[in-house]
Design a protein around this ligand. Structure first.
Ligand SMILES: Nc1ncnc2c1ncn2[C@@H]1O[C@H](COP(=O)(O)OP(=O)(O)OP(=O)(O)O)[C@@H](O)[C@H]1O
Length: 270
């Protein structure tokens, strides 16, 4: 049976450099959900993702992971929830397989070597992200997209309940983007939950149950994609005129930047 959990942010905020990078962010992630964080560059998506992941301590409000009704922290939190960062770290000397196995550390005692369960979980996660055949390769020798998929596999190997993914599709080709989002939905169907930072609003509309649209550190809108991806809101937040056509599975969004487009067209005709 799937684990009952809730990741709750209540008016969570974070300050740095004398200002609020995120203020009053409220959301609840539970089993079966995929929540998208969207918004322009610098809006506070990564900061909120790091607050949810427990990597930043809120300067206002709270962030709390409840499993079977009880608050979990420290080592247990690391067994239940994992985070995939936006930038791809250096990992000199490690193979892809060793890196994914690191996701299993929180599940073992100190100095305890990995066991068959750990290897099984790592192999399964690597199969999900299509990197099983890269297990023996040095991480540093992989392409950007391959590395991204290894890091996602590590999070899948680690977390029982929830994964926070910061722009996980940024380095992926179209096929791997779709496979990843479909995998999140599949795992959500089995009782996990995900928070995903995305720039691609059409992808967010298609795969997420709910969206938080961030603007200059504040939640400009939150709710089902149809309620959030409204032309007037998008124009307010991105400063672009938008046309949103809803279809059976998601939407098509056409943005317009009249000044620059006109200039581009003039340049093209020269
Ligand atoms: N440690 C810090 N000190 C001061 N300002 C910071 C710090 N970290 C981030 N910021 C600023 O906070 C704002 C939010 O950053 P954040 O990375 O959360 O944005 P984002 O929505 O994820 O952006 P992007 O889409 O570009 O990844 C930005 O203006 C950023 O420059």
């Amino acid at each position: 049976m799937a684990t009952r959990f809730e990741l709750v942010a209540e008016q969570a905020g974070y300050r740095a450099g004398g200002r609020w990078l995120v203020r009053d962010a409220t959301l609840t992630l539970g089993p079966g959900q995929v929540i998208g964080l969207v918004g322009p560059n610098g809006a506070g998506k990564s900061t909120l993702a790091r607050l949810l992941a427990g990597l930043l301590r809120p300067a206002g409000g709270s962030v709390c992971l409840l499993v079977e009704g009880r608050r979990v922290d420290g080592g247990q939190r690391a067994r239940e929830l994992a985070y995939v960062q936006q930038s791809i770290p250096e990992a000199p000397g490690f193979t892809a397989g060793a890196l994914v196995l690191m996701g299993r550390y929180p599940h073992r005692g100190p100095f305890e070597p990995e066991g068959p369960e750990d290897r099984k979980a790592a192999a399964r996660a690597m199969a999900w992200t299509g990197v099983l055949d890269l297990a023996g390769r040095r991480f540093d020798s992989l392409s950007g997209g391959e590395r991204q998929r290894v890091l996602i596999a590590r999070a899948f190997a680690q977390a029982r309940c929830a994964v926070i993914l910061d722009e996980p599709t940024a380095s992926l080709d179209v096929r791997h983007q779709l496979e990843l989002m479909a995998r999140l939905r599949l795992l959500a169907g089995e009782g996990m939950g995900f928070v995903v930072v995305l720039h691609d609003l059409e992808m967010a509309a298609r795969w997420c149950d709910r969206l938080l649209l961030l603007d200059r550190g504040e939640v400009a809108a939150a709710g089902p994609p149809r309620e959030v991806l409204r032309p007037e809101l998008l124009e307010q937040v991105y400063g672009l005129a938008a046309r949103v056509d809803w279809q059976e599975a998601g939407c098509r969004i056409a943005f317009e930047l009249p000044g620059l487009e006109a200039a581009g067209a003039r340049g093209g005709r020269r």
